[in-house]
Design a protein around this ligand. Structure first.
Ligand code: SF4
Length: 345
C-alpha cells in the first residue's frame, strides 16, 4: 500500500485508523498536537508516542510540507509566498498585515476553471485541486517556519474554494479542531464566486464561519460576462442561497464588489447593489480593481468610487473599501504563479 499523507485526514479519521491498528483513540489527539501545535515533520519527534507505534505510523504515512520557491515583499507590508507543489505546479499564498491583523490568503486550487475576467488565476486555466494537506501546509509554513502570528484566514487565493469543496471542508475541520490548530470558525472566511451547492454544504456544516460572495455585478447580463459562473448559478438563485446561509448561521454575509471603470461603477449599479445588500443584510466590500497586465481593466477614479460608496452609505448599507494591497508585488491572485508558468512554458 502506498504511504498516505497524514495531514489529509481529520482527527476523527485518524482516531478510527489508530483504533483499527490496536492503539487507543487518544493517540490521534497526540498526533494532532505534534502535527499542528508543534508543526513537526517527523514521526520520530512525537516523543510521547511508543516507539513501535511511531514506526508503524512511518510505515503507513508520511508528513508533507510545502517547499518555498520564492517570496516577494511589498512596501506596504504584504508578503507573497510562492510554493512548489512538487509536480511542476506552483501556488501562491499572501500574508496581509494591516493594523493589528495578520490575514493569510489561502489558495485552494492550482489555477481555476471559473475565468472571472479580471483575475489572473482564471486566465491561466485549471490545473488541479489542492489536497487538504496542501491547503493546511500554507498555514503551517507561515506559522511554524516563519513564526507569523496569523489572526485571520481567508480562502481567497488561487482557485474557487467551493469547487474543491470536499478538501476545503476537510481543511476547515482540521483548522477548527481543538486538538489541532484550534482556529475559531469566526476567524475563517470562505470566498466564493457563487458556487451554490458549495454554499449549501458550508451552511449545513453548522460552523460560525464567514461567507463572502464575489458579486461584482448586479444584473445577470453583466455578471455573465464578468463572472462566468453566473451562467450556471444565476443571481436570483445565488441571492436565495445567501439568504439561506445568513438565516441558518446567523452570520453576516459580505458581498465583494470589484469596481471596474465603465463596467459596473454607475449609480444605477450602486442602487441595485444597495437593494441586494439590504435584502441579504450583507456588508459590502468595494475593491477598486488591480490593473492586470494585458486585460485592460482600470479602477474608477477616486471621485467616482466615493460617489458609488456614498450611495450605499445613504441606503444604510455597511460598506468598506479595501485598498489594493501589495500592488508592487502583483498580489492579486495568480499573477506570480501565472508569470512563472509562462516563463517555464
Ligand atoms: S476570482 Fe476566484 S473564482 Fe474567479 S477566476 Fe479568479 S480564482 Fe477563480
Amino acid at each position: 500500500m502506498d504511504k498516505r499523507d497524514i495531514k489529509d485526514f481529520t482527527l476523527e479519521e485518524i482516531k478510527k485508523a489508530v483504533v483499527e491498528i490496536g492503539e487507543s483513540g487518544y493517540r490521534a489527539e497526540q498526533i494532532f498536537f505534534w502535527l499542528y501545535k508543534k508543526g513537526v515533520c517527523d514521526f520520530q519527534e512525537m516523543s510521547n508516542l511508543p516507539q513501535a507505534f511511531r514506526s508503524k505510523l512511518e510505515q503507513d504515512y508520511y508528513i508533507s510540507a510545502l517547499s518555498l520557491a520564492g517570496k516577494l515583499s511589498s512596501a506596504d507590508g504584504t508578503e507573497k509566498f510562492l510554493f512548489n507543489l512538487g509536480d511542476g505546479n506552483f501556488i501562491e499564498t499572501v500574508l496581509i498585515c494591516a493594523r493589528n491583523r495578520k490575514t493569510v490568503c489561502l489558495s485552494t486550487q492550482a489555477g481555476c476553471k471559473f475565468g472571472c475576467v479580471f483575475c489572473a488565476s482564471g486566465h491561466g486555466g485549471f490545473i488541479r485541486d489542492l489536497s487538504p494537506s496542501e491547503i493546511i501546509n500554507q498555514i503551517l509554513f507561515l506559522q511554524h517556519r516563519l513564526k507569523h502570528k496569523i489572526t485571520n484566514y481567508v480562502f481567497m487565493g488561487m482557485g474557487e474554494p467551493l469547487d474543491n469543496c470536499d478538501n476545503v471542508l476537510k481543511a476547515i475541520m482540521i483548522m477548527n479542531s481543538k486538538s489541532g490548530m484550534d482556529i475559531g470558525a469566526r476567524r475563517i472566511t470562505v470566498s466564493t464566486c457563487g458556487v451554490i451547492p458549495g454554499i449549501r454544504r458550508l451552511t449545513d456544516l453548522g460552523l460560525q464561519i464567514n461567507l463572502s460572495i464575489s458579486l461584482h455585478a448586479v444584473t445577470d447580463n453583466l455578471r455573465d460576462t464578468l463572472v462566468p459562473a453566473n451562467k450556471r448559478y444565476p443571481l436570483k438563485k445565488l441571492i436565495e442561497a445567501g439568504e439561506h446561509f445568513t438565516k441558518k448561521t446567523g452570520r453576516i454575509l459580505t458581498l465583494e464588489y470589484v469596481l471596474i471603470k465603465g463596467r459596473n461603477d454607475s449609480l444605477k449599479d450602486a442602487a441595485e447593489l444597495e437593494a441586494i445588500a439590504g435584502r441579504l443584510k450583507a456588508k459590502v466590500n468595494l475593491i477598486p480593481c488591480s490593473p492586470v497586465p494585458g486585460l485592460g481593466f482600470q479602477p474608477p477614479s477616486k471621485k467616482d468610487i466615493d460617489i458609488f460608496m456614498d450611495k450605499l452609505i445613504q441606503g444604510k448599507i455597511k460598506v468598506t473599501r479595501r485598498e489594493s494591497k501589495g500592488r508592487d508585488i502583483q498580489a492579486a491572485c495568480g499573477q506570480l504563479a501565472g508569470r512563472l508558468k509562462q516563463k517555464d512554458g
